[in-house]
Design a protein around this ligand. Structure first.
Ligand code: ADE
Length: 232
């Protein structure tokens, strides 16, 4: 059975196009995974479809109410499912986390909103909390889309060439080398000579040097990690 994903959000239209475009769209069309987006308002039972309320103890902003989320989870969850809350105070997303999610049968994403969600949701109907980075989005819907896109690449068959997974940034610890395609001369800018040489050992050495230099400049943290790893 392919992985099934349910995504609970108050803003389902933010994801128009996400499930049909690009490599993720192709993977879904090929039934390598399935994704269903749910409008959380469907579980708001009062006549105004209220999803949030003022925080106990005071303070600015609104808090997502527990009852619609509990009702939605109770309807959607299955015994082996993983329930994930997207939040800037979650564990930062890594390739290992994306890969682990890709190996599940059923994942439910909850996108938060406003100043947060009632703590009882996090304690009772959430298994894992993920952040996509140290910045704050207006809500977690785009973060859920990012996690889904990142995990889809670890599902066998989603990427055309399996080798594209192993040869790129962050699967190792170095950033990528520069790529060029035709024409060899464009508006006075030429492709580095070595790439036209046909000498594969030289090309590999050049690419490695480029990766080291780029990583040293842009991500000194990764550069140190790489230096440390290659010493052992
Ligand atoms: N919701 C708001 N900001 C977020 C972030 N950085 N990661 C995950 N969910 C979020």
């Amino acid at each position: 059975m392919p992985l099934h994903i349910d995504l609970l959000t108050l803003f389902p239209r933010m994801l128009d196009g996400v499930l049909t475009e690009s490599i993720l769209g192709k993977g879904i069309a090929a039934n390598l995974l399935s994704v269903k987006i749910h409008d959380l308002r469907g579980w708001c039972t009062d006549k105004h479809k209220t999803a949030d309320d003022r925080p106990f103890g005071g303070g600015a902003g609104m808090v997502m109410k527990p009852d619609p989320v509990f009702a939605a989870m109770e309807q959607l969850q299955t015994p082996a499912c993983r329930r994930i809350y997207l939040t800037p105070d979650g564990v930062p997303l890594t390739p290992a986390i994306a890969q682990d999610l890709a190996m599940q049968q059923h994942v439910i994403f909850l996108s938060g909103h406003y100043e947060g969600i009632d703590q009882r949701i996090r304690e009772k109907v959430i298994d894992q909390e993920i952040s996509i980075g140290d910045y704050v989005l207006t809500n977690g819907t785009l973060a859920a889309a990012v996690v889904i896109d990142a995990l889809s690449r670890f599902i066998p068959g989603v990427l055309g060439e399996e080798k594209s997974l192993t040869h790129e940034s962050h699967t190792g610890t170095l950033l990528d080398f520069p790529q060029y395609t035709r024409p060899a001369e464009f508006r006075g800018m030429s492709v580095p000579e070595v790439l036209l040489s046909g000498d594969h050992r030289k090309i590999e050495a050049w690419r490695h040097t480029q990766q080291l230099e780029k990583t040293r400049q842009v991500r000194p943290d990764l550069f140190e990690k790489h230096r440390h790893a290659s010493r052992h």
